[in-house]
Design a binder for this molecule. Structure first.
Ligand code: FES
Ligand SMILES: [Fe+2]
Length: 357
């Protein structure tokens, strides 16, 4: 069954003029597939020459999802009464009559395919700037090996942004994989540059976390670091790793975690996760171990954030988060999100918590 459409009770709370991950490249084929992205149903498919296409997934005739139909050459034919639309959403056939009514079209979305990701622009097509698609080149660089996962998180996207910007949760949620008490004992440095918020933590002279110690084949003490780079509103690049004590980061065992966070609706999100490493690149056993270990990490996050979503839904209006120093990245990111939302919708309509200045 296709995903259901649920509208936000408080009105729209999405930044529309942005690139969101719509799918992995491998998921977009000659069989149409459906995604809900910021409450918009989208049909994704490929043309015969391999170009990815995204059309609003609702037939203008009587609302049937086009993704439940079939492809006819590069067009998509509605499975209910056969109205057919080309890649630009223009209706090219109404089987029961020669006349095509003027309102018969579906909305096409700009799409970019890069490094195995399919990105969709949900706002004004004239503002879709391909240069703003985040850098994910590690996924196709042979000097790096990549593991991917996709999850459906039962929480609003903002909770995932907070989660990635405050990694002290690793000490409590990910104890068997990447967590350790030393994480919350080290502070962060936060920098805002336009729509990018960076939260950097250096942890000198510590042991490697259990999940990496095996795959890196490490013992002893190292300098560990993780630097979350939030590209508001939809993507985080986590530059993380381990290096010799006092040595430059780039000499070390490096990890690039790419996180595509795509809202489904007010309480559900798609999470596209890629973990690229520059060590043990040809070692299949390390890849296999990371596939399982990272699945555990993501499931732990998914479970925690589902609980947090339940907690927040019962929170009375007017009661807000108690932020601490470790939330500096969270607070800055919320301000950037509010600015982006306000620019599109007006400050009063953002529906987000106030953030202290
Ligand atoms: S609903 Fe699509 S053709 Fe009738
Ligand atoms: Fe986590």
């Amino acid at each position: 069954m296709p995903g259901l459409y649920r509208s936000s009770p408080g009105g729209p709370v999405y930044v529309r003029n942005a690139w969101y991950v719509a799918a992995w490249s491998t998921e977009v084929t000659r069989e149409p597939t459906r995604r809900i992205i910021c409450e918009i149903p989208v049909a994704l498919y490929r043309t015969r020459d391999g170009r990815a296409v995204a059309l609003e997934d609702r037939c203008p005739h009587r609302g049937y999802p086009l993704s439940a139909g079939r492809l006819v050459d590069d067009a998509i034919e509605c499975g209910y009464h056969g109205f057919t639309f080309d890649c630009e959403g223009v209706c090219v056939r109404v089987p029961a009559q020669d006349l095509i009514p003027r309102r018969t079209f579906v909305r096409p979305f700009p799409v970019v395919e890069k490094d195995g990701w399919i990105w969709i622009w949900t706002g004004d097509p004239d503002r879709a700037d391909v240069a703003k698609v985040p850098d994910t080149h590690w996924m196709t660089d042979p000097a790096w090996a990549t593991v991917t996962h996709s999850f459906r998180f039962e929480c609003r996207a903002e909770l995932i942004h907070d989660n990635l910007l405050d990694l002290t949760h690793e000490s409590f949620i990910h104890t068997s994989t990447v967590g350790d008490d030393y994480i919350y004992r080290h502070g962060i440095t936060v920098v805002v540059d336009g729509d990018v918020v960076t939260a950097d933590r250096l942890m000198p002279g510590v042991a490697a976390p259990p999940l990496y110690a095996t795959t890196m084949q490490l013992e002893g003490l190292w300098d560990r670091f993780h630097c979350t780079e939030f590209h508001a509103p939809s993507f985080h690049a986590l530059h993380s790793g381990i290096t010799g004590q006092g040595r430059p980061r780039e000499e070390g065992y490096l990890i690039k975690v790419m996180n595509g966070i795509t809202p489904i609706d007010a309480h559900t999100s798609h999470y596209y996760y890629a973990f690229s490493r520059n060590f043990g690149v040809d070692q299949q056993w390390a890849t296999d171990e990371l596939v399982e270990g990272l699945r555990t990490v993501l499931q732990e996050d998914a479970d925690a954030l589902a609980w947090q979503e339940i907690g927040l839904q019962s929170r009375p209006a007017g009661e807000f988060d108690v932020l601490i120093a470790q939330d500096a990245g969270v607070a800055k990111a919320r301000k950037v999100m509010q600015r982006l939302l306000a620019a599109e919708q007006g400050a009063a309509a953002t529906g987000l918590e106030p953030v202290a200045t």
